[in-house]
Design a protein around this ligand. Structure first.
Ligand code: CMP
Length: 139
């Protein structure tokens, strides 16, 4: 895994709102190449496993319930400096604090329902990509 890959989720709020296509277009327009993509519906246990790093936080039960409440799109993206580039396109975690032109500003509703997820480091990108994708699914 190189520093040119990152992992993202188009969260259940976006899929439900019908903005998946718009978000994918924004990703492509920003110069990312999609290396893997699929629609999944996480069980509560899978969401708890994915967000295990946050298990002691007060928002963990709400977060994992929301992330398993409906389908989401998991995606592996390639670009030079992918982790930072994807975080820049997403904007701040809280949509109310996100810059104009970012995905969370445009599509996020709240701190919990904030449209998209992105890895916060190369190390976590590698872990998160392999949580959802096998080697053969990454093109
Ligand atoms: P995400 O990038 O998916 O990583 C963890 C998620 O927890 C985060 O986006 C937010 O959607 C969610 N979350 C809910 N409440 C909080 C909070 N108080 N602080 C940080 N993240 C929160």
């Amino acid at each position: 895994m190189t520093g040119n890959l990152t992992f993202g989720i188009i969260k259940p709020d976006s899929v439900k709102a019908g903005t998946t296509g718009s978000i994918i277009q924004r990703i492509i327009d920003d110069g990312f190449e999609i290396r893997a993509l699929k629609l999944i519906h996480m069980t509560l246990k899978e969401a708890q496993g994915f967000y295990a790093v946050h298990r002691e936080r007060s928002f963990f039960p709400g977060l994992t319930e929301f992330m398993s409440s409906g389908p989401c799109v998991v995606i592996t993206l390639e670009k030079t400096g992918a982790v930072r580039a994807w975080r820049n396109l997403m904007g701040a975690t809280d949509p109310a604090k996100a810059d104009q032109g970012t995905l969370r500003k445009e599509f996020g509703a709240s701190l919990s329902e904030n449209a998209v997820h992105g890895s916060d480091s190369d190390e976590n990108a590698a872990i998160e990509i392999s949580f959802f994708f096998s080697q053969i699914e990454i093109v």
